[in-house]
Write a protein that binds this ligand. Structure first.
Ligand code: SAM
Length: 305
């Protein structure tokens, strides 16, 4: 337990997919006046250096956000044409890098904080269990001086989520929440915990928007997770969206090299009605730019409701 550190992976293709979906979802939810409760059950450290010890001048981001930024916003030469969701994602990342060079990558807590509206309308609750990452997260959040709008807890996010839903009513009386569930899946039990937790929360708060990230790896639990999430969303008559991105094998890798993570998926329960069109435009561009070799693919599927 706890050998996973997100700093090694910050800005990789999985973060690009996850954070593009997160931003597109929040943009839509923020169009309504009423306050929104946001929960990040597995928050990580919040901010990552792309030129630090963990990432060896870009690390996995070289096949993720750095490659995407270079293709869609090249310093010179012809740009690959972008889409509104990818522009939104790259604008947000660029806002953390005012000098132009990509040195800092915002993890999900900072993505959410960036979109949070002031006047205490929205709330952000962050859970992180790793002792070092949780300390770093608290220190990073403290710099924002966000006051009571943002809270960090060094607690199990699966358990910590329970008392937060249903969220308190906003001034207009409506209850609104969005949950990002993004475990490291270091433990096989995380897969079962994710589906059990989503099932329970859909019962407690059926109208919440739930975003689940998962790795596409040759493990039965990983294959089963999106299937289980579809089944339980269908049983609860909730609409869902499922997007995957596989960048394929690295053609420079030899037979003995470890392939690393090449594919991941996002499952969204109660997605905004605009999300499908946003991703229909964005996923082919992501595949075109980030796809490397054998096995590259993208998919988008919706149902339920
Ligand atoms: N959501 C982050 C982002 O997008 O920037 C990345 C999170 S990373 C994939 C998963 C994190 O969950 C790790 O930092 C790990 O220490 C933490 N973690 C693992 N088990 C946990 C648990 N039960 N509750 C809360 N955090 C946990």
């Amino acid at each position: 337990m706890f050998s996973y550190r997100h700093a090694f992976h910050a800005g990789n293709h999985a973060d690009v997919l996850k954070h593009t979906v997160l931003i597109a979802t929040l943009r839509h939810l923020m169009q309504k006046e009423a306050g929104l409760t946001m929960v990040d059950t597995h928050a990580g450290a919040g901010l990552y250096r792309l030129d630090g010890d963990y990432t060896e001048t870009g690390g996995e981001a070289k096949d993720g956000v750095i490659k995407l930024m270079g293709a869609l916003r090249p310093a010179e030469g012809k740009a690959v044409s972008s889409t509104p969701a990818l522009d939104d994602y790259l604008d947000l990342v660029a806002s953390f890098n005012p000098s132009g060079a990509l040195r800092v990558y915002p993890g999900s807590p900072f993505v959410m904080h960036q979109l949070l509206r002031t006047e205490s309308r929205d709330k952000l609750k962050l859970f992180e269990l790793h002792p070092t990452d949780s300390r770093t997260l608290s220190a990073n959040i403290a710099q924002l001086e966000a006051g009571r709008q943002v809270a960090v807890a060094r607690e199990d996010g699966f358990e910590g989520l329970k008392p937060l839903l249903p969220p308190p009513p906003s001034a207009t009386g409506s209850r609104r929440a969005m949950v990002l569930m993004d475990p490291s899946y270091e433990l096989k039990s995380d897969y079962g915990k994710v589906s059990a937790c989503i099932q329970e929360q859909i019962k407690r708060f059926p109208t919440g928007t739930y975003l689940v990230w998962y790795p596409v790896i040759p493990r039965p639990e990983a294959h089963d997770l999106p299937r289980r999430l579809k089944t339980l969303s269908n049983q609860a008559k909730r609409p869902w969206l499922h997007a995957t991105l596989a960048i394929g094998q690295d053609p420079t890798h030899g037979p003995g090299d470890r392939p690393g993570l090449t594919a991941s998926g996002m499952f969204v329960v109660n997605p905004p009605h605009t999300l499908k069109a946003s991703l229909q435009a964005a996923l082919p561009v992501l595949l075109d730019v980030l796809g490397r070799g054998r096995g590259k693919a993208q998919s988008l599927d919706t149902g339920g409701g």
